[in-house]
Design a binder for this molecule. Structure first.
Ligand code: DAH
Length: 344
């Protein structure tokens, strides 16, 4: 029995020596030290041995068991260390390599322009207002002195949703909404940037959806020269201190008198070129003194209050400021176009 145990030990140790993986080791452990293994079997047969032999064989069996277990543990450690070594080698990272550049986004050119306009007017004491893009016929037209059937409604081809609801064609309805909110007894000084919609066929200068910024100042003693002063500051801040402005008489149903504002052409400095079509001036926005009817409908007494209003298109402003030749660039979102205007 002694020989049998020694032979088992030798056999097991050779196998441990040859084992190449952790699962081989586990197999050997089960085969030799498991409950159904040969050593357990020896121990079970001990009853048949003589009294003298029993402790000797018992001790030897335990020793063999221990030796095999120790060898298995040692080999296991060795295999694990080798595995880790291999993994580390395979997963080596060169931390000194330069990193890959990360693509960083930035605000859209239109967003930047609108924010620039907002900052400028906030600096002059205007607050920012918002209104719905799905607007009632009343606020979009009637409250702005454009009753049903008024020919000037044709100036803005509209997307109607129902008889009384449409996609707003301009941000001017927010004038009427804000005055209504202030209930006819408080000054109003607000601008409203937002999306507007017209039934236009898209081309280089038209888009069925674009942006406007509306401005309104109502108080007890507002003069045309206040409008001129505010617009002059706006034009110089956005287009450069060397720009000049001029106001031309125009017509809008919601202002009387109405004006359009031009700035002197930056390309030719007023000499006349293809950008300004030879006139030396470029049209930027419309405005005027708020029509008494508009004040009245919003609850302001036109004998006490008066005001000025204006409306501009940030796309047009961005196109002029940066030489963008097609309004569709703002909406097709080609990153090569947009990236040019990301500020560092
Ligand atoms: N709502 C006008 C448009 O879309 C722009 C405009 C002109 C707004 C004159 C005004 C204004 O407030 O006074 O063409």
């Amino acid at each position: 029995m002694k020989e049998r145990l020694q032979a088992l030990q030798a056999e097991a140790l050779t196998k441990v020596e040859e084992a190449a993986t952790l699962s081989d080791l586990q197999d050997i452990r089960v085969a030799y030290l498991g409950k159904k293994g040969p050593i357990t079997e020896v121990l079970r047969g001990m009853g048949k041995l003589s009294k003298e032999e029993r402790p000797v064989i018992g001790e030897l069996a335990n020793k063999v068991r221990e030796t095999i277990a120790n060898e298995l543990d040692a080999k296991k450690e060795k295999l694990e260390a080798a595995g880790l070594e291999k993994r580390l080698e395979k997963e080596t990272l060169d931390v000194t390599l330069p990193g890959r550049p990360v693509q960083v986004g930035g605000p859209h050119l239109l967003t930047s322009i609108v924010e620039e306009i907002e900052d400028l007017f906030i600096g002059m004491g205007f607050e920012i207002k918002e209104g719905p893009e799905v607007e009632t016929d009343y606020y979009n037209f009637e409250a702005l002195n454009l009753p049903k059937g008024h020919p000037a409604r044709d100036m803005q081809d509209s997307f109607y949703i129902t008889e009384e609801l449409l996609m707003r064609t301009h941000t001017s309805p927010v004038q009427a909404r804000t005055m209504g909110e202030y209930k006819g007894n408080k000054p109003v000084k607000m601008i409203c940037p937002g999306k507007v919609y017209r039934r236009d066929t898209d081309d280089a200068t038209h888009s069925h959806q674009f942006t406007q910024v509306e401005g309104l100042y109502v108080d007890k003693n507002v003069r045309m020269s206040d409008l001129k002063g505010v617009l002059n500051r706006f034009a110089k801040q956005l287009f450069g201190e060397d720009r000049e402005i001029r106001l031309r008489p125009s017509f809008f149903p919601f202002t009387e008198p109405s004006v359009e504002m031009d700035i002197s052409c930056k390309v030719c400095n007023g000499e006349g070129c293809s950008v300004c079509k030879g006139t030396g001036w470029i049209e930027i926005l419309g405005g005027g003194m708020v029509h008494p009817r508009v004040l009245e409908m919003a609850g302001y007494d036109p004998k006490v209050y008066n005001g000025f209003a204006f409306g501009m298109g940030p796309e047009r402003i961005a196109m002029l400021k940066y030489g963008v030749d097609d309004i569709r660039h703002f909406y097709t979102n080609d990153v090569r176009f947009l990236q040019q205007y990301h500020k560092a």
